[in-house]
Structures are given as structure tokens and as C-alpha cells.
Design a protein around this ligand. Structure first.
Ligand code: FAD
Length: 405
């Protein structure tokens, strides 16, 4: 298709400075060197970007929360106007983003607001379980774990001590597996520091489906299950959480799973503000887009990252909410915004799957890359390397050379 030239110039607003939104802003900055009249605004509630893929380490006390908060001022060029505020809505008719700091007008809008934990309306879950979707969430999990161990250390009743020193993680996807593995690896030593026997803490991973890491290869699942078992994690599959109460997670069969700390890592959904915005919404509240990542019937709005419901034409399935998908979508959106400015045809989004890597504990992991499954130290090193490379790349993009693009 040919890009319309009618809408050249005028403000571009990127809502959300996560994996997708930050990349749109960084990639577009250099492109706009030839277009000094175009205003580029990035809006986020925080003045930092969060390396969310590293949160399980913060929640397990092995990484400082500030290490995963990367200040935006270290990455954004002066060309980008950054507005730190809460976005409260999208006014499609008048082309405005509604925020606590007042409305912000746009000619082109990029929605990259990510997702939030989905409690699937399980009674009590939102109130009783902690979540893991921000650096602050991860700090809260670690604080709750150490507080529970403190309480366990002074508990006279052994049964109460056992309960307090138990962490229960709901959801056996990548986040749940990474968190359970991390905690199981560090808790014995941490317990000793609290005057508890190293074997006292326990970690339970509760999964509703028949397997952890659903959708992965059987070999990867076997490898992860073996490492978790080696770390002492009690994995419970086919165990659906029906309610969260003061006492613990109540399973559908009536069993009560007790513990001192409860974390929910069972799924994500789109932020609430998208509902009622007039945007076409698909599964889990994600926004439906065309192959150029523009909202159906609203070509002036692009969506990228977890918020975008993008069907992979090769599989017919909607792409999962993953950082690597968000980054690739961010790049396509930046290229398409530039194409519109330059009057070039838009590019269709194609996802290039780089594989799947999950850390299981502080030293081991599992990986499926190009059809090859590995498990152990190498997979963990690979996860470390991906995270390191990501941090380098976002900082590097500030002075990034468009000629090489
Ligand atoms: C614990 C955990 C571990 C993960 N590990 C991996 C992994 O190893 N590999 C992988 O590929 N993926 C992983 N993921 C998934 C990955 O983090 C997401 O897919 C990715 O963050 C999506 O990027 P995004 O840009 O869509 O959203 P985000 O990165 O979440 O960014 C959204 C941004 O929007 C801002 N925002 C949202 N709402 C508002 C509002 N109302 N007002 C103002 N600002 C707002 C937020 O502050 C945030 O900066 C993990 C997810 C979690 C929770």
C-alpha cells in the first residue's frame, strides 16, 4: 500500500516507555533529524524504563530494584519531549491522550502501554496475592519473603514456622518458573541468616494446566521440571486456584495450600483504560491491529507490545506477550511512522522468533533456540547475556547512527 501523504508533520505521541514504546522513540529520534518540525513526545508514569525480564531476580533478592530501573534521561535525546504523567484515557475523536497533566494532542499515536496482571476474577486473588510486573512489585515480593522468614524464626509452633517459611507461586509460565527457581536457590542461605534451618523454607509452584511452561517443547519442560525438583520446588500441575483467602490458596478440589507469602504470576491482560476507549478489542483486552500494526479502522493509531493483538500469519495464533515481540513491533512502528513522513509504502510486520530462554534458579536455565533444546549452566549464561546486551543496546541507541539502519 502507499502511505498517505496527507498527514505529514504534526506531533507524534508515544504512550508508554516500555520495551515497545521506548524503542519506537529511540529508533524514530534519529530518523527525525531530517524532519525538525515533527514533535516527538514520549509519555510514561515513570521517569525510568523497567527491565521487566529481570524482575524475578529482584524478587529473589539477587538484584537491586534500582538496577532494573534505567533512567529515561540516560537514553532519550533532547529531541524527545518526555512527559511523566499517568495516562487516563484516549480520545480518538479529538486525537488527544488524556492524562493527569492534561490532554496531549497527536497527529499519530503509538499505544504501547503493556499489560497488567490478570486475576481471571478469582475471588480474593487481587487482594491477597502479590504480583510481579514492576520493580516496585518485585521489591514488595522480596520484602514479604524476608518479613515472613523473620516471623518464622520467632514462631514457637513448628507447624506455624513451616507455614510462614513457605512461598506459594501461582502460575507455572515463564515468570512463575523463574521466580520459584530463584527463590528456591537463595532461600536456604537467607534462612540461615534469619536463624532458621536451611531446609525450613519451601517453595510451591501451582499450575492449573497439565504442565508448566505450556506450549514449550516436551524436552524443555522436562529439563525445567528436573532443575526445579533438584532445587526442591514442589510443582503442582492440574491444580486450579479457585480462591485466595486469609489462610492461603483454595484449590478447585477444596484443598487449602498454606504459606507465608503468595505471588500470582498466572497471566496478563490489557490495562483497564483501553476498555471503553472505542478501540477494537480482542482476547484479554488486547487491541486488534492490521498487518502494519495500525488499529483496525483507526490508521492514525499504531499499537505495539503486549497491548497489540497481532496474529502470526504462519501459525494463525496471536503472538505471545513477550519482550522480544514488543521490540520487533516497536521497530516496525518506527519504520512505518518514518515511511509515512517520507511518503514511502508501509511495511508489514513479520515476527522473527529468536527462541525461548528461561532461567531456573541463579545458575541454571532452559532454552529452545532454532529447534535445539538445552538445559543447565549454558542456558542461564545465555539469559544473562541477553539481558546485558539489551541494557547496552538501549543506552547505545541514544547516539545511534541512522545510516546503519
Ligand atoms: C516477571 C516477568 C518476566 C518476564 N520475562 C520475559 C523474558 O524473559 N523474555 C521475554 O521476551 N519477555 C518476558 N516478559 C514479558 C515482557 O516483559 C513483556 O512482554 C514486555 O514488557 C512488553 O513490553 P511493552 O512495551 O508492551 O510493555 P511494558 O514493557 O510493560 O511497558 C509499558 C509501559 O507503559 C507504561 N504505562 C502503562 N500504563 C500507563 C499509564 N496509564 N500511564 C502512564 N504510563 C503507563 C508503563 O509504566 C511502562 O513503562 C516478562 C514479564 C514479566 C512480568
Amino acid at each position: 500500500m502507499s502511505a498517505s501523504t496527507a498527514g505529514r508533520g504534526g506531533p507524534i505521541v508515544v504512550a508508554g516507555a516500555g520495551y515497545a514504546g521506548l524503542h519506537v522513540a529511540l529508533r524514530l529520534t534519529s530518523k527525525l533529524r531530517n524532519n525538525p518540525v515533527v514533535e516527538l513526545t514520549l509519555v510514561d508514569r515513570h521517569d525510568y524504563h523497567q527491565a521487566i525480564t529481570e524482575l524475578p531476580r529482584v524478587a529473589g533478592g539477587t538484584r537491586a530494584a534500582d538496577a532494573v530501573r534505567i533512567p529515561l534521561q540516560d537514553m532519550l535525546a533532547e529531541r524527545v519531549r518526555f512527559v511523566q504523567t499517568e495516562i487516563t484515557g484516549v480520545d480518538l475523536a479529538d486525537r488527544r491522550v488524556l492524562t493527569r497533566a492534561g490532554p496531549i494532542g497527536w497527529r499519530r499515536l503509538v499505544l504501547a502501554l503493556g499489560s497488567r496482571p490478570n486475576d481471571f476474577a478469582i475471588p480474593g486473588l487481587a487482594q491477597r496475592a502479590l504480583s510481579l510486573y514492576s520493580a516496585s512489585d518485585a521489591e514488595r515480593v522480596w520484602a514479604a519473603v524476608t518479613k515472613a522468614l523473620d516471623a518464622a524464626a520467632v514462631a514457637a509452633d513448628p507447624e506455624r514456622q513451616r507455614r510462614l517459611a513457605t512461598v506459594v507461586v501461582g502460575g507455572g509460565g515463564a515468570t512463575g518458573v523463574e521466580l520459584a527457581g530463584e527463590l528456591a536457590e537463595v532461600l536456604p542461605e537467607v534462612a540461615s541468616g534469619h536463624g532458621l534451618a536451611p531446609g525450613r523454607p519451601a517453595v510451591l509452584l501451582i499450575e492449573a494446566g497439565p504442565t508448566i511452561l505450556a506450549g514449550s517443547s516436551p524436552q524443555l519442560i522436562d529439563n525445567a521440571t528436573r532443575i526445579l525438583s533438584d532445587l526442591g520446588v514442589q510443582v503442582r500441575t492440574n491444580a486450579m486456584i479457585a480462591a485466595a483467602t486469609e489462610e492461603g490458596f483454595r484449590l478447585r478440589d477444596g484443598e487449602l495450600v498454606e504459606g507465608g507469602v503468595f505471588v500470582w504470576a498466572g497471566g496478563v491482560k490489557a490495562p483497564d483504560l483501553v476498555v471503553g476507549s472505542g478501540l477494537p478489542i480482542g482476547h484479554n483486552g488486547r487491541v486488534k491491529v492490521d498487518r502494519h500494526l495500525r488499529v483496525l479502522d483507526h490508521p492514525e493509531v499504531y499499537v505495539a507490545g503486549d497491548l497489540a493483538s497481532v496474529t502470526d500469519p504462519r501459525t494463525g495464533h496471536v503472538l505471545p506477550p513477550l519482550a522480544q515481540v514488543a521490540l520487533e513491533e516497536g521497530e516496525t512502528v518506527a519504520r512505518n511512522l518514518d515511511a509515512e513522513l517520507e511518503g514511502r509504502p508501509l511495511e508489514a510486520f513479520t515476527f522473527h522468533d529468536k527462541g525461548f530462554v528461561v532461567s531456573v534458579g541463579t545458575r541454571r536455565g532452559v532454552a529452545d533456540i532454532a529447534g535445539i533444546t538445552s538445559g543447565g549452566r549454558l542456558a542461564h549464561l545465555l539469559k544473562d547475556a541477553i539481558e546485558w546486551e539489551y541494557r547496552q543496546s538501549v543506552r547505545h541507541l541514544r547516539g545511534w547512527d541512522p545510516a546503519a539502519w
